[in-house]
Design a protein around this ligand. Structure first.
Ligand SMILES: Cc1cc2nc3c(=O)[nH]c(=O)nc-3n(C[C@H](O)[C@H](O)[C@H](O)COP(=O)(O)O)c2cc1C
Length: 187
């Protein structure tokens, strides 16, 4: 059966660092016969989470906008890649809001710990980029901050970690061969 990739871009730069990583992953997945759904968050209409928590019961947000399409694609994919740059040692607000709006898609509230609503047969892969060069990107919690923020959502959702790619430092214009090889191994 054809495998489904959901590729989510959380940067305003389509061909920036994270965009290039995501584009390359999409290219490889396509070559391998995967079906691709590509979401550019900056082209979507996604209101802020209002914190009502209705979705914890209904699995649906009370606000009807583009989150419905993303929720449907997330539930049905085999692999999701979120590509998001580091903003203040975290993810950009637009990516954080995506996770906020998917609260009830990811977890069900119980008396004790939240229960995962997605499947451990589904994998998530994370791409990030920051100006801080390695190893300071890690030592100062820059890239690790963004990865940690994204993992928080996916770990709770029940999905399985498939790997990550981190682009550090300024001045690189294109994807390195090493990064390309790393991305190719995901498919
Ligand atoms: C609002 C804002 C906040 C940023 N915060 C950080 C930061 O905390 N640490 C860092 O190393 N780089 C930071 N950067 C730089 C970006 O992470 C970097 O330019 C990244 O490569 C952009 O990725 P993109 O080309 O995929 O958009 C920030 C950039 C912006 C616009």
């Amino acid at each position: 059966m054809t495998k489904k990739l959901l590729a989510i871009l959380g940067s305003s730069h389509k061909s920036g660092a994270t965009g290039s990583m995501l584009n390359y992953a999409v290219e490889i997945a396509r070559q391998k016969g995967w079906s691709i759904d590509y979401i550019d968050l900056y082209e979507k209409n996604i209101a802020y989470c209002n914190g009502c928590r209705t979705c914890m019961k209904t699995q649906k947000c009370v606000q009807r906008d583009d989150i419905e399409e993303i929720a449907r694609l997330l539930k049905g994919c085999d692999v999701v890649i979120v590509a998001a740059p580091v903003y203040w040692a975290n993810v950009p607000a637009i990516v954080k809001n995506l996770f906020d709006r998917l609260l009830g898609v990811a977890i069900e509230e119980t008396e004790t710990f939240p229960k995962a609503r997605l499947s451990n047969k589904q994998k998530y892969i994370l791409f990030t980029a920051c100006n801080t060069p390695a190893p300071f990107s890690k030592l100062y919690g820059q890239s690790t901050g963004a990865i940690r923020g994204m993992k928080e959502f996916f770990k709770a959702s029940g999905m399985r970690f498939g790997g990550k790619c981190v682009w550090t430092g300024q001045g690189k214009k294109t994807l390195s061969k090493r990064m390309k090889r790393r991305i190719e191994k995901f498919f």
